[in-house]
Design a protein around this ligand. Sequence first.
Ligand code: PLP
Length: 433
Amino acid sequence: MKSSSDLFKRAKKVISGGVNSPVRAFRAVDSNPLFISRAKGSKIYDVEEREYIDYVCSWGPMILGHSNELILKKVEKAMHNGLSFGAPVEAEVQIAEMIVSMVPGVEMVRMVNSGTEAVMSAVRLARGFTKRDKIIKFEGCYHGHSDSMLVKAGSGVLTAGIPDSLGVPRNLAGDTLTAVYNNISSVQRLFEENKNQIAAVIIEPVAANMGVIPPEEGFLKELSCICRQNSSLLIFDEVITGFRLGAGGAQEYFGVEADIVTFGKIIGGGMPVGAYAGRKEIMEYVAPCGGVYQAGTLSGNPVAMAAGLAQLEILNSSPGIYEDINKKAEVLGSGLEKIVQKHKVPVTLNRVGSLLCMFFSQNPVTNYQEAKQSNTKYYAAFFKSMLSKGIYLAPSQFEAMFVSTAHTYEDIDATLKAVEESLAENIALMEEL
Ligand code: PLP
């Protein structure tokens, strides 16, 4: 039988760091990655045939769980018609119509291949539309790895402790200004210091790459007002929240409309898909209608579109699906809170809908600085204990736990039991740290 450790050894010889995306290397939890062979429903299986309840869910896309039969059927059908044509297909129109019908304020859509590409294109569009260069982002928010966005980013960048990235031109980074999440005066200040220069403010409406941090009451509305007052655009990066907080994503959930919205993850049903979308007057700036160039050989790929469309159709047509998933996350969250209180472990639990994070910190976590106070060593120990009990959590303190419709209440009970045992096992360590 193959083993994860053998595969990782081979991988490290031919793939930088042995992985194709940094967080997967498990460095933040001082471990080696599992190689996964298959997945079904709420479970994933490693190459050694061990079963795990999966709360990573491919970092968000698998909201219906793994290997959903309906999605697989649609993908198979599309696949037999040909893998790629580089020409328009009906599924592109259908998915765009579906997105327009589901998401508030969206009149037009452009499909791309990843969240990074979606954000990179949205930022270019905002700059082209406003004829301005500067962008405001928030410390600890991650928007993919395009040059402009690798400034005080979250997710793997935060995990690896890399403040920025080598190779990002200084001049370009200089046009990315950073504000403090949940702090409107930090945004106001940047607008005052950069009058008529801000093209857009980009935000994860729920920050989910520095753990999970909800926007405080009124914060997103105030952001939208400031943008309007300054003729700047508001970009909601809904790569995680889109189609997760509800059919209409964060805009619907919080009742705030953005000018441009970016998507990824769920929109592809597990295939590499992203999209950016907005009002017609803005989207028509994109080539071939307008002067903002953006293109893609595989954009709108028929197999990827079939997967995404199938997933969105299920989400859009199943009454109660979001109530169900949020209820499961609530049961999980309240169970976690009871256990940490019982063991007197300093944990702050943040939850929005089906996104959760256990911060190993006794203080409220409302921004990046507060998130960074978490005890990452303790998280690593907790992570390892949980993994040994068959629970697959994100290999970093600064990532979300994703609940899917495939998680059962039995899964949640088993998870809570493992949490109880893992905390008890590590209590001595907690006192040491
Ligand atoms: N934006 C957000 C909010 C994300 O969470 C991510 C990835 O995790 C991205 C953008 C980048 O997406 P991708 O990894 O598909 O390039």
